[in-house]
Design a protein. Structure first.
Length: 664
């Protein structure tokens, strides 16, 4: 029923948009359907339309990685450009190149007569009252959905205004297994409020109040809370006719999820065993009520890949590598040391590609980024239009612990959505290295990711986008960071902060990946990650304050691992606010130093201090210490870690901060 709506393509693969997300449009809230439900996908798969070269994403490095958990994958297809026809904005330029969506929530009410119904019932009434056999005219007149009751009344009374657009309810239900549904409003007038075995209040539905419901969604502006919103059945023969049920208790509503056999779904572990709660009872999959615009409704799983030029390795070099491998136990570092670096600059991962071209081992996110990091640190800018960078030389950067600063004048980033979760985010590596048909139990909570297609891991196509932009790459001096960690580890206040964060990580419902678990066992790794991530945030915020670059248009790509990486790429993409050259121009030595000094000074001045600075845990799962919206948090689109793992004290604390000597 939804007509064509033009949206920016880059918003359809982002931290708030993509398969399974709810997108607010001028015609109402729409939920993007599974990728294989798009007409575009169907026609490609059935070979009824051919994917043109400019509609496919060619990134062999990314494709190889994705094939580990999508073995049948043969193509990454660009999300179709969402252009309307120049002569009619209600029609797409290419009728088959569209993203399919549906109205959600499906329960809607009329602000004029207060009637509330499911969209299917609204449409049935509209078909009867509109008196047209032309389906296209019928749908066009109904889009966005309108109240047929008010239409018929206005038509009968010959009123000028006949159309009253319906409004979707603000509340929906989500489950940890990724399912989503409407609140059962048809049962709301016949509910009872009882207490469970723990003495907590709960809502019990007793079915529909009558067979000819005439429900009203009544809002009382005098009461802004849930007591001011009531549901009532106006059917004169209904036993609840005189009774109004307010929305009190809505946010505490829990409804079980049922399988096709009508049985309540239970939470099981990777081996298929039921997960028990603290009382030894089997945990059930329960829906909970949330506001449809809540962050917890949608957490996409997006794999990003920075484009790297492919180096053609000559046959004689390949033979030399293979000979070295046969002579001794394989060690990419040893082989690299024996090869003339001037003749061919090979990274460790490139050597492994020569030795094991068909390697199908799982590539962790941190190892995937290592290739990018090595390229940026050890190579000169290639003769390639998709990646252009230059080094900035400045002695003053040494004072900030920066060993290399690059202006990335041109970069290409490929983003592919592989899945999504609800209620809580899932780490990329956990998603990739686990079977998603299984639940991942986390203490008393379980979150399961859903694929972008109903074909699951057997899909042959995945949706993606290519973005072009610019950035600033910063690499820190590993030795200075290591020496700083050794010195600050002697401070008792530092130990208390790290211990508090470790404890929050261990009890958090946000499942830590293997890499995050490594941090728990390696405090230097954890501290380095916190330091670089927080540095990235305060720098992005300062670029907003000092240069006028909106934080929403900037993003970070962290390059941190246990031993080899300690850098960050801050970038912006075409289509975002600001012009090309605006970001890289900030990397000029004198200007960049000024930004760094200013960002550190601003990091000391948080409007929420001293509460923020002395926090023992805030944000998602308490995974932040001294970082709140007044000082260190960024828009969702800018942060890779869901605004977690931040602590500005590591930068500015007078006793142990990395930059304690830089602050005047």
């Amino acid at each position: 029923m939804a007509k064509y709506t033009e949206l920016q393509t880059r918003k359809l693969i982002s931290s708030y948009g993509g398969v399974g997300s709810i997108i607010e449009t001028i015609d109402g809230a729409l939920m993007i359907k599974d990728f294989d439900k798009w007409k575009y996908f169907f026609l490609i798969e059935k070979e009824k339309i051919e994917v043109q070269e400019n509609e496919s994403i060619n990134d062999d490095r990314l494709l190889k990685r994705l094939k580990f958990y999508f073995p049948d994958l043969n193509q990454i297809v660009k999300v179709p450009a969402n252009y309307s026809a120049f002569y009619n904005t209600s029609l797409p330029k290419l009728k088959n190149h569209i993203v399919d969506a549906e109205y959600f929530p499906k329960w809607m009410y009329c602000n004029k007569c207060n009637s509330i119904k499911h969209i299917d019932d609204w449409y049935k009434g509209w078909k009867i009252g509109f008196h047209s056999k032309d389906r296209n005219k019928l749908d066009d007149a109904f889009t966005p959905p309108k109240c047929y009751k008010c239409y018929q009344k206005a038509k009968k009374n010959k009123e000028k205004r006949r159309y009253y657009v319906l409004e979707q309810v603000r509340f929906i239900m989500t489950a940890p297994n990724g399912n989503i549904k409407d609140i059962p409003w048809h049962n709301w007038t016949n509910l009872t409020r009882e207490k469970d075995e723990n003495g907590q209040k709960k809502i019990v539905f007793n079915g529909k109040c009558c067979n000819k419901q005439d429900l009203k969604y009544i809002k009382d502006g005098r009461n802004p809370d849930f007591t001011g919103v009531r549901i009532q059945c106006k059917n004169p023969d209904c036993k609840t006719n005189a009774k109004q049920q307010s929305l009190i208790g809505l946010m505490g509503l829990r409804v079980p999820d049922f399988n096709q056999n009508g049985e309540i779904k239970t939470i099981v572990d990777a081996e298929g065993n039921p997960v028990l709660d603290v009382k030894g009872k089997v945990q059930k999959v329960m829906f909970k009520a949330v506001i449809r615009t809540s962050n917890s409704v949608y957490y996409p799983l997006i794999t990003n890949s920075l484009y790297l030029p492919t180096l053609e390795i000559k046959k004689n070099i390949k033979d030399k590598i293979k000979t070295l491998y046969e002579d001794a136990e394989f060690s990419s570092e040893k082989i690299q040391a024996k090869i003339n670096n001037e003749q061919l600059q090979l990274t460790i991962s490139q050597i492994e590609e020569v030795m094991f071209p068909d390697n199908q081992n799982f590539i962790k996110e941190v190892d995937y980024r290592l290739r990018e990091y090595q390229y940026l640190v050890t190579n000169e800018s290639p003769d390639d239009k998709n990646l252009v960078f230059e080094q900035v030389n400045s002695n003053e950067l040494v004072n900030f612990g920066i060993s290399k600063l690059l202006k990335v004048n041109r970069l290409k980033l490929t983003s592919v959505q592989t899945g999504y979760s609800r209620q809580d985010p899932i780490d990329k590596d956990l998603f990739a290295n686990k079977t998603m048909e299984d639940y991942i139990p986390v203490s008393q909570h379980a979150v399961k990711a859903k694929y972008t297609t109903s074909k699951g891991k057997n899909t042959k196509l995945l949706p993606g986008i290519e973005s072009f932009g610019e950035g600033i790459f910063i690499d820190f001096d590993k030795e200075k960071i290591s020496n700083w960690f050794k010195s600050c580890s002697k401070h008792e206040s530092f130990k208390k902060r790290i211990d508090a964060l470790k404890n929050n990580i261990e009890i958090s419902t946000f499942t830590p990946s293997e890499e995050k678990l490594k941090m728990l066992n390696n405090l230097e790794y954890l501290t380095t990650f916190l330091f670089i991530h927080t540095f990235s945030h305060i720098l992005i915020k300062e670029l907003e304050f000092l240069t006028g670059y909106p934080a929403t248009s900037l993003a970070e790509r962290l390059y941190v691992n246990e031993n080899d990486m300690q850098g960050v790429l801050i970038y912006t993409m075409a289509g975002a606010e600001g012009s090309f050259g605006g970001l890289v121009s900030q990397a000029k030595p004198e200007r960049f130093s000024k930004i760094l000094y200013s960002s550190l000074a601003r990091a000391k001045d948080c409007a929420s201090d001293p509460i923020c600075y002395h926090s023992e845990g805030q944000g998602v799962g308490g995974l932040n210490l001294a970082s709140c919206y007044s000082c260190g948090l960024l828009p969702e689109t800018s942060c890779e870690e869901f605004n977690s793992y931040l602590d500005r004290a590591l930068l500015i604390d007078a006793a142990f901060g990395f930059y304690r000597n830089n602050l005047i």
